[in-house]
Design a protein around this ligand. Structure first.
Ligand code: GP9
Ligand code: MN
Length: 744
């Protein structure tokens, strides 16, 4: 055994193997001691152990090609050192921002970039020594061997030092290029195996880029950095070719496309709080749907038919690969998501936005906030919201995430709404508050305690679960509405509810068909397209409501909302139009360039007649012309929106009266403390619900049957300790740096 070990130590591959092992230990240590990667199953656990090996070996194998063995040795050491520096910088950065470093942040060019502050030393922990043990050991080795070699110390000469560094111990043993190539090939094979397993566990990992946490969990930090560098270089290249003249055709298009507000509704909600309820994966067919004679979503059904709700029954989602984040982007900016990937993750950190929170803040003094039970890094929300000018972002860290309260995508909806109240009541009014639900998310799991709703009884578990989680979501929204009414917020608010995208994918639609009264055998592309309808409801006490049949989509929400609030949209670059305007054109573009109009559906190269779903295989010249015209418009609006976003052209255009957002002014580490400080500072002038309630919390008005809370209101009232502690340390910094962005 000992002989084997000695022989192994003499092998030419020993130094590189040792370096791989050492970096592997440090990386896995960081994964579990310093990062929270959200490892959810055995394969993910295996991948966290496996992913550092291939990437590290690949990097280190560079040294093997260097013929000068002394140089090769030091290149190996330097690669090891750079890897360690990258890892450790990420550890420190993660401790402060719960996110990983991007190339933009490292180079200090990212607009939201928050480099490590002078307080980095404060972020260090005793166990950090583990990250440096190999270099400490190597340093001691050098000193020890050096002292032995260069004795007596008084007689050190440059020649002796050079001789020392010429020692075989500080050189790589010679190997052939073929052998080096074999190592690189092995590394590539390991890395590819890791990628394939990752893709199995999380399809479209690299095309959709959900979260940097995910990329690290699946393929590691080195790979994340290289991936990010490539993306950054691509983005920069596209942007560097841009100039303000490229905006001309975009501005022409949006001006021509502009739909003037409907006088009856313009300003009808002026000064009201805006509450957006983002219904995860919620499709229109759920409205009115029954399982075993029971309504799936009785509360939302009643809201849909309420005399104070404007409901739309021909409203479509228009998302691409960015799913939720694409829906959010359309709602906040009225521009489309990207043809590939998520705009939030690709461009959210750096692009110039003229988004709802900033428009509302600047035009009418709104305070803005997002409530969402998932980690802030998902879809790069933590950075994108800053670029958009959101004052507050209450992510998972603001809620009690104790065991059983969360599922894969975050806190269960009933808990998220209930635990949001203590933050909501502190916001200055009017506010623009968005609640993003998650429980109704694929694959629709729900524990028995959370539902007694019957299963749909199909062969497809996804379909069966979908109705149960949708029912749960319906109850969660109802509990929230009850609170809004009890607290008085209801009378001061306009409430928008919308479904972000499909929940049942095309592959499961056949299992769903019988429940919708359709024949699965005759199910086709037309039916799939029709099923992309999602609810869009505008509810406000006193609003003249009704169900409207106007065709439209998510791109149209922002101009519709701004007009209701009495804000002129003419000077903004928005691709949608007010759904209530008589000038609204009823052509709905899907992200893949298919489209729907009131009469026809064009999908997968075929024209269908909406009235009976028949394929029109031999269209008349007139219809051909009509379809070609619609297709051209769809292509134009998608490509102009892509050009605007990919080239970041809004940096060249500031609408009159608009002040560009400075992302660096926003920080979401101390939201609770900040909103309370503003409340205190404003004293009698504070417009928060808390102040209006004579500095008394309204959380006792919240009632939920969530089993996790077991009737106790304590979790609803109490701020988690981590948030309190966070606040203490952030206090001084926040009250000064943030007062400008939240000073209403
Ligand atoms: C995650 C949630 C889900 O935070 O919004 O995103 P999705 O997978 O639906 O895009
Ligand atoms: Mn979603």
């Amino acid at each position: 055994m000992r002989r084997h070990l000695q022989q192994w130590c003499k092998s030419p591959f020993f130094p590189i193997a040792l370096a791989v092992i050492v970096i592997w230990i440090k990386t896995v240590f960081a994964y579990y001691a310093d990062f929270s990667l959200g490892v959810a199953d055995l394969l993910q656990f295996f991948l966290t152990l496996f992913n550092p090996i291939g990437a590290t070996l690949l990097l280190l194998s560079i040294a093997l090609y260097i013929k000068n063995r002394r140089v090769a040795f030091w290149v190996l050491v330097i690669i090891d050192l750079l890897s360690t520096i990258l890892l450790y910088a990420n550890v420190l950065y993660y401790r402060e921002f719960t996110d990983f470093l991007t190339v933009g942040t490292m180079l200090g060019v990212s607009k939201v970039s928050r480099g490590l502050s002078g307080s980095s030393i404060m972020l260090m922990k005793p166990h950090d020594i583990i990250y440096w043990l190999d270099f400490i050991g190597f340093g001691l080795f050098l000193i020890g061997r050096g002292l032995m070699h260069i004795r007596p110390l008084a007689q050190i000469t440059p020649v002796k030092i050079v001789n020392f560094f010429n020692k075989p111990a500080l050189q790589l043993k010679p190997i052939s290029t073929l052998q080096a190539f074999a190592v690189t090939s092995l590394a590539t094979a390991l890395f590819s195996a890791d990628l394939s397993l990752s893709e199995m566990n999380r399809p479209q990992l690299l095309t959709r880029t959900f979260d940097r946490n995910y990329i690290v969990k699946y393929i590691g930090i080195d790979a994340l950095t290289v991936y990010d560098a490539i993306k950054t270089a691509q983005n920069n290249q596209v942007r560097s070719q841009a100039d303000s003249a490229q905006l001309d055709d975009i501005l022409n298009y949006v001006h021509q496309n502009y739909a003037a507000p409907n006088k009856k509704y313009f300003g009808i909600a002026k000064g009201k709080n805006v509450i957006i309820i983002h219904l995860e994966s919620f499709q229109q067919f759920l409205i009115g749907q029954k399982i075993d004679g029971q309504e799936v979503t009785p509360f939302l059904n009643s809201l849909y038919h309420d005399k104070n709700t404007i409901s739309f029954d021909n409203f479509f989602h228009q998302v691409g690969q960015g799913k939720t984040s694409d829906a959010e982007n359309m709602l906040e900016t009225s521009t489309f998501g990207l043809p590939q990937g998520s705009l939030f993750t690709t461009l959210g950190s750096d692009n110039t936005f003229q988004a709802a929170p900033a428009i509302l803040q600047q035009q009418q003094g709104y305070t803005s906030a997002v409530f969402h039970g998932n980690v802030g890094t998902f879809w790069n929300r933590d950075n994108t919201y800053r670029s958009m000018g959101y004052d507050y972002f209450f992510d998972k860290s603001y809620f009690d995430a104790s065991a059983g309260s969360s599922m894969e995508y975050g806190l269960k909806d009933k808990l998220m709404f209930a635990e949001s109240i203590k933050y909501l009541e502190q916001l200055q009014q009017p506010f623009y508050a968005k609640f993003i639900t998650v429980t109704n998310h694929f694959p629709y799991p729900l524990s028995k305690e959370d539902t007694n709703f019957p299963s749909a009884g199909t062969d497809d578990d996804t379909v069966n679960g979908y109705f149960q989680t949708a029912h749960y979501l319906d109850q969660a929204v109802q509990e929230f509405f009850n609170y809004l009414k009890a607290s008085g917020l209801y009378d001061k608010s306009i409430i928008i509810l919308y479904g972000d995208h499909y929940g049942i994918s095309d592959s499961s639609n056949k299992a769903l068909a019988p429940l919708l009264g359709k024949d699965p055998e005759r199910w086709n592309d037309f039916d799939n397209a029709q099923l992309q309808r999602v609810p869009f409801m505008i509810h406000m006490p006193g609003l003249p409501g009704g169900i409207r049949h106007t065709y439209g989509g998510e791109i149209d929400v922002l101009p519709t909302l701004l007009h209701l609030l009495g804000i002129n949209t003419q000077n903004y670059v928005q691709f949608g139009t007010d759904l209530l305007s008589p000038q609204h054109q009823q052509l709905v573009a899907f992200r893949n360039h298919d489209f729907v109009t009131p009469k026809y559906t064009y999908t997968n190269g075929k024209i269908y007649r909406n009235s009976d779903g028949a394929i029109i295989s031999d269209p008349s010249p007139k219809l051909q012309k009509l379809i070609a015209r619609d297709q051209a418009k769809v292509n134009t609006e998608l490509s102009l929106s892509d050009k605007l976003n990919q080239k970041n052209l809004l940096r060249f255009y500031t609408p009159p009266g608009f002040k560009p957002v400075a992302p660096k002014d926003y920080d979401y580490n101390d939201c609770y403390q900040r909103e309370m400080a503003i409340n205190q500072r404003l004293g009698d002038h504070s417009t928060s619900l808390f102040a209006q309630n004579h500095d008394k919390s309204t959380t006792d008005l919240y009632h939920t049957d969530a089993p996790e809370l077991n009737g106790k209101t304590q979790d609803i009232t109490d701020v988690p300790d981590s948030v309190k502690n966070n606040q203490d340390s952030e206090q001084s910094q926040s009250t000064t740096s943030m007062s400008s962005s939240c000073s209403n």
